[in-house]
Design a protein around this ligand. Structure first.
Ligand SMILES: NC(=O)c1ccc[n+]([C@@H]2O[C@H](COP(=O)([O-])OP(=O)(O)OC[C@H]3O[C@@H](n4cnc5c(N)ncnc54)[C@H](OP(=O)(O)O)[C@@H]3O)[C@@H](O)[C@H]2O)c1
Length: 267
């Protein structure tokens, strides 16, 4: 990113969690490793992102932590998420402590069960509740859970996941899924929104051209206006910056409806 690039208009919208406020825009870090992960994390924070998404299995928590430190942005001003794979259920708290060491922090803002392993996730979820009580994670949630799995862990513990991170984009839009999360007070966080042909879809391209924006900016904006968390990933500084430069425009209601309707076309 050149020093002369205009400052992006980064949105500051948040979703309320039981114990904090989650910025609706975050920076995804899957498949960025080594020095690239530290560089991209620092660029994202210097561009105005205030939310980072990593995971034990990404193998980059150390570099994400290094990028956070190098960025000059205070740890307390950044919402940090990491995730625990279900095969670490026997030592979940130990796994989180290793994540914290790598990230260089004494707590994460959100800790997620990365995906449901075989069988019930209730025992692992109890460890998550314990981690929250220990102050190692401000909020706790899940990823790739269906509604039945959300209800199972909630009814067993009386603690609902704060967030469910699932694959989500206009092509996957399903109002019933969004409503099911809202009814339960669970924040829907989307991932891989820019993959799967979304950026090239003619309806997305047409909205982008008419508004003078990039397809990626339209997709990010669509999430924000639904109150859904979005975590675009890029290795490229200019894309990192532009993907976040969406705080100064709105999608008209007709465009929101047209993008929502793409989900219904997936059969
Ligand atoms: N919980 C889970 O199971 C799960 C699964 C998948 C992802 N995630 C999280 O969600 C984040 C986002 O998902 P994702 O990484 O799968 O995909 P994504 O952010 O939807 O898309 C990333 C891809 O789009 C490209 N890209 C980014 N900005 C672009 C732009 N403006 N124009 C054109 N191409 C662009 C990137 O290439 P360049 O890097 O070359 O720009 C990369 O190939 C992940 O990084 C991770 O944090 C979670």
């Amino acid at each position: 990113m050149s020093d002369s690039a205009p400052a992006p208009h980064v949105p500051t919208d948040t979703a309320a969690l039981p114990h904090g406020a989650m910025p609706l825009l975050g920076f995804g870090t899957w498949q960025i490793k080594g020095h690239e992960a530290a560089d991209a994390t620092a660029v994202a924070l210097q561009s105005g992102y205030r939310h980072l998404d990593t995971a034990t299995v990404y193998g980059n928590e150390g570099e994400v932590g290094a990028g956070l430190e190098r960025s000059g942005v205070a740890r307390d001003d950044v919402f940090v998420t990491t995730k625990c794979p279900p095969n670490r259920a026997d030592d979940a708290i130990g796994t989180l402590r290793r994540s914290l060491d790598l990230l260089g922090t004494d707590h994460v803002d959100l800790w997620l069960i990365h995906w449901p392993g075989g069988g019930s996730q209730v025992d692992l979820w109890r460890s998550f509740v314990e981690a929250r009580e220990l102050g190692l994670a401000r909020d706790i949630g899940v990823s790739n859970f269906d509604v039945a799995a959300l209800d199972e862990v909630t009814s067993a513990t009386d603690v609902a996941p704060a967030v469910n991170q699932i694959e989500w984009s206009p092509l996957l839009f399903d109002a019933a899924v969004l409503d099911a999360h809202r009814e339960r007070g669970i924040v829907l966080e989307g991932y891989s929104a820019l993959r799967g042909g979304t950026l090239e879809h003619p309806a997305v391209v047409s909205v982008a051209e008419r508004l003078g924006r990039t397809p990626a900016q339209v997709i990010v904006r669509w999430h924000l206006q639904h109150g859904v968390v979005v975590i675009p990933k890029s290795r490229q500084a200019e894309r990192i910056r532009r993907n976040a430069d969406v705080g100064d425009f709105e999608l008209p209601a007709d465009d929101m409806s047209a993008l929502d309707a793409l989900g219904g076309q997936q059969g």
